[in-house]
Each structure stands twice: as C-alpha cells, then as structure tokens.
Design a protein around this ligand. Structure first.
Ligand SMILES: [Zn+2]
Length: 120
C-alpha cells in the first residue's frame, strides 16, 4: 500500500498533486491551519511567499489570460485572514459598526460613563 500523497502544489501550474484542485486545496488549507495553529503570522508570511511565486509563474505561463490579482489574493491569503476556526464565514454585517449616535465614538473614545462604572 502506498502512503497518501501530501496536498502540495504542482508548479508552475499550482494545482494540488493529490486532488488536482487549485492549490491550496481544502485539505491543504486545513493542514496549513492546523500546522500553524499557534503561529498565524508565520502562516501568513508563508502564504504571502507562495502567492508571490504563484503570481509570477501563472502569469508567465499564461500572460494574456492569467488570474485576476484579487482572485489570487483570495485563493492564497483571503481564507487565512478570516478569524476563528474557518468552519464558517462571519455573519453578514459582522465587524461593521452600527449607525447609532454613540457608534461613531464608541470604537475609539472611551465612554466616560462606562469608565466611571469600572473604577468603582
Ligand atoms: Zn489537494
């Protein structure tokens, strides 16, 4: 019995050598996330390097009809920037400040009433 193939890219095509999906495939993303559970910065630095190499090689391979920069960014880095376990995307509107009158200052200016309560 042969061991399972690791989900690594075939370069310069940047397809997974195990499942032939665009790399990083779902399994590669899970593996990378697991390997970098406690070092998110290292994961992003690694993926940034892969993105740089992939952009260079994919555009060289197909200079007139290469992938859009935004597509490459989402494929290589976008998924890793989402906080949490990655099991589900954030709900719509998450992280967007509300439009209530206090909303504008609540993010950066401490609320005096709240501070007063904390000191007691
Ligand atoms: Zn794969």
């Amino acid at each position: 019995m042969t061991p399972p193939r690791p989900h690594l890219p075939i370069r310069p095509l940047w397809l997974c050598r195990a499942c032939a999906a665009p790399w990083p495939c779902a399994t590669a993303r899970l593996t990378l996330r697991h390997e970098h559970t406690h070092d998110r910065v290292a994961l992003l630095v690694y993926l940034g390097g892969q993105l740089h190499d992939a952009a260079d090689e994919l555009y060289r391979l197909n200079p007139h009809d290469g992938p859009e920069p935004r597509q490459l960014f989402d494929r290589f880095l976008g998924w890793a920037l989402i906080r949490g376990t990655g099991s589900s995307p954030p709900p719509p509107g998450a992280g967007v400040p509300d439009n209530s009158p206090a909303g504008d200052r609540a993010c950066c200016v401490p609320n005096p009433a709240t501070n007063e309560d904390q000191t007691r």
